[in-house]
Design a protein around this ligand. Structure first.
Ligand code: KG4
Ligand code: ZN
Length: 322
């Protein structure tokens, strides 16, 4: 079986999957509560928390899978992009386990991990497909041709990521962190047409969300406090509607331009109920695999060239791909 380890942001995660992609255990310990009072992830706090949680989380995954370290044949770990101190905790843990057992280790790119959330049982998706990756750190349209090859980037955000737009919008509305799920919940009782928020028109297949955030800021400023309270759900619904429209329009444009028959959506924002409903024909990552987890990392590890023992001891993490 394959052990996956993920610590790129504020989720400490470990998973065990079989070589053919069955999830045997998928443990995610979110630090969201720890960072909520700061309104966002504090990198140093995240690193320290990962350090406390990584061993118990791996042990929990083994327990859940009814397995032992002896059963592990390959270790896959996120090496980037992400918070560097957070990544290093997972990389150090993965190296230590692999080295002690003389196992191979596969470095996994976090974004390819999100895409590989589509390759797990019971309904693994086979390339080629067009993939919308929308998370807290990235918004991309990817042309996925092969499981083991880096996808071509057709479009990306010029400023904020879609999840970041959700999180910053939630903050303006006085909702908790992380904001995407909060806005999603509140939007259900609001009117998506109550406020007219602009969808940025940038050339090509890129995205832009910073103007939308500013539009929300102005709308919030114009409302007296009691009125703001009363219209919170309408604001959330209209704001969410604008983000979803931007994502859906660009994705459909990309599908037309590339002639892709199959469309898939992955990443934390893929958990959004309006986005899921707006793309009924798309292959949607299972809800529990949208936000960060290690099952997707273990899944991606299957398609990477593993580094044999002990060649990975000097393996490093990277904060960004560029
Ligand atoms: O993929 P992910 O867990 O982490 C990154 O790789 O960034 O994505 C986290 C992002 C956050 O911005 C969060 O607000 C957003 O996904 N998110 C949602 C929902 N659930 C999580 N956004 C909209 N609707 C949701 N239901
Ligand atoms: Zn992610």
């Amino acid at each position: 079986m394959i052990l996956g380890v993920e610590t790129s942001c504020d989720e400490t995660a470990a998973a065990l999957i079989s070589a053919d992609g069955k999830i045997l255990a998928n443990v995610v310990s979110s630090q969201a509560d720890l960072h909520a009072r700061y309104g966002g992830v504090v990198p140093e706090v995240a690193s320290r928390r990962h350090l406390e949680l990584i061993s118990p989380v791996i042990r929990e995954a083994l327990h859940e899978a009814n397995a032992e370290l002896d059963d592990v044949e390959l270790v896959g770990v996120t090496t980037g992009p992400g918070l560097i101190g957070a990544l290093l905790v997972g990389v150090a843990a993965a190296k230590a386990i692999a080295w002690a057992r003389r196992l191979p280790l596969a470095p996994v790119d976090h974004l390819r991990g999100h895409v590989a959330s589509l390759y797990l049982e019971p309904d693994p998706l086979a390339p080629p497909f067009l993939c919308l990756l929308a998370s807290g750190g990235h918004t991309m349209l990817l042309d996925v041709r092969e499981r083991g090859r880096a996808p071509r980037v057709l479009g990306a955000t010029l400023d904020d990521a879609a999840g970041e737009a959700f999180d910053k919008g939630a903050r303006l509305l006085g909702l908790g962190y992380p904001g995407g799920a909060e806005i999603d919940r509140l939007a259900r009782t609001g009117d998506p047409r109550a406020f007219e928020f602009p969808v940025a028109r940038v050339p090509g297949l890129d995205f832009s969300f910073s103007g939308l955030k500013t539009a929300l800021l102005y709308a919030v400023r114009e409302l007296p406090p009691d009125e703001l309270e009363r219209r919170l759900a309408d604001l959330a619904a209209s704001y969410q509607h604008a983000i979803v429209r931007a994502l859906v329009e660009r994705t459909q444009q990309a599908a037309r331009e590339t002639g892709s028959d199959t469309l898939a959506v992955v990443g934390g924002v893929a958990a959004n109920s309006e986005l899921r409903a707006a793309l009924p024909d798309a292959v949607l990552a299972p809800l529990e695999l949208c936000t960060d987890n290690a099952a997707m990392i273990a899944s991606a590890a299957r398609f990477e060239e593993p580094i044999p023992y002990p060649g990975y001891l000097a393996l490093d993490a990277y904060a960004s791909s560029a």
